[in-house]
Design a protein around this ligand. Structure first.
Ligand SMILES: Nc1ncnc2c1ncn2[C@@H]1O[C@H](COP(=O)(O)OP(=O)(O)OP(=O)(O)O)[C@@H](O)[C@H]1O
Ligand SMILES: [Mg+2]
Length: 348
């Protein structure tokens, strides 16, 4: 990927275990640590997070690094199935169980036996069906619709939702007993806007992916484009980023990635980027310009760290690695240990 640098995960062990999960922000690392802890157990996991934050990827990662990985990973999106069919999708039915049941059907719990069942959008399971789900989670047994024969299964459940289940419990829309049963090990995925340091690596990853798919080559991402991508709030999170990069790769000419965002100009047009050719240079330029824009204030709500979505200590560490220091120190602002004036080399 050459010209736009290597912003992948620095931790080689994590890289091997979670190679599809790009990013090495503190927030993502904390999530992956939880994944590594819970995966080998059989405990139920509840993944919460905004749309597009990677809940399904995390669910698959839990299955892949668990001892169940040789057995099926079965997925059911509870929001995508009409309510009257959901029960049969989960537990199966016998021929003639209801109008239209022209043949016997195996449900997802049976299909996932010895493996993992991923119930996506679990907040959409209707109240009437919730006791039956609670029973199978507690007893690992159920009956197909239209049958009195009890089936025993060994299924590990991973559930996900972008709805606020505690609020739903308070409003009486979700049973509290089922909520507590699901919430054994909650994992909360942070939105992309609160882990902006992952954006350059994700951009590089998706540029690579779509270039390979489309047989194109991108040699250059301008610092302005990268800055715009790093500043955007990403309401659709990683899915939105992925789709915008796909569009940008389609529109790219002469090896340059165009800015796919609708409003290209950053708010502060006093920001001027020095010429930069690699993504690492771009990161340096982004930090430098943000520091200049906020008068070299590092911490606090209006400081550069908050603007860049970084912890204060992470920003200081990056500045030291990049050799960024304030030209003239003064006043009450933060002092960074002196470092060489202009080295450009960056090692993550
Ligand atoms: N850390 C990551 N690295 C690389 N790709 C990611 C990462 N997180 C998410 N993605 C990609 O972003 C897209 C959305 O992820 P996913 O479907 O897991 O989100 P979700 O949280 O389940 O969203 P929704 O709530 O809308 O179902 C997928 O294509 C996924 O591969
Ligand atoms: Mg999903």
């Amino acid at each position: 990927m050459g010209a736009y640098g290597n912003f992948g995960r620095s931790d080689q062990v994590s890289k091997r275990r979670f190679e599809q999960l790009i990013g090495n922000s503190t927030a993502l690392e904390a999530v992956l640590e939880q994944v590594e802890r819970v995966a080998p157990t059989d405990s139920t996991v509840l993944i919460q997070g905004e749309t597009g934050t990677g809940k399904e990827l995390i669910a698959r990662a839990i299955h892949t690094i668990s001892s169940r990985c040789g057995c099926p990973f079965v997925k059911l999106n509870c929001a995508a199935i009409p309510l009257d069919l959901l029960e049969s999708e989960l537990f199966g039915h016998e021929k003639g169980a209801f109008t239209g049941a022209i043949a016997q059907r195996i449900g997802r719990f049976e299909l996932a036996d010895k493996g993992t069942l991923f119930l996506d959008e679990v907040g959409d399971i209707p109240l009437a069906l919730q006791p039956k789900l609670l029973r199978v989670l507690q007893e690992q047994e159920f009956e197909r619709l239209g049958s009195t024969h009890t089936h025993h299964v060994n299924v590990r459940l991973v559930a996900a939702t972008n709805r606020n289940l505690t609020q739903m419990v308070r409003r009486g829309e979700f049973r509290s007993d089922l909520y507590y049963r699901l919430n054994v090990f909650p994992i909360s995925l942070p939105p992309l806007r609160s882990r902006r340091e992952d954006i350059p690596a994700l951009v590089a990853h998706f540029v690579d992916l779509f270039c390979r798919r489309m047989g194109k080559q991108i040699e250059h991402i301008s610092p302005e484009t990268l800055f715009a991508l790093c500043s955007y709030p990403w309401p659709g999170n990683i899915r939105e980023l992925q789709n915008l990069i796909e569009r940008a790769v389609i529109l790219s000419n002469f090896g340059v990635l165009p800015n796919p965002l609708p409003t290209a100009a950053p708010k502060d047009d006093a920001i001027i980027f020095p010429a930069a050719t690699t993504l690492r240079d771009s990161e340096r330029a982004l930090i430098l310009n943000t520091l200049e824009a906020v008068g070299w204030v590092i911490g606090g709500t209006k400081g550069a760290a908050a603007k860049l979505g970084l912890k204060r200590t992470t920003l200081i560490c990056k500045m030291q690695k990049l050799g960024i220091s304030r030209p003239h120190l003064g006043g009450s602002q933060e002092i960074i240990e002196p470092s060489p004036p202009e080295p450009v080399s960056l090692s993550q």
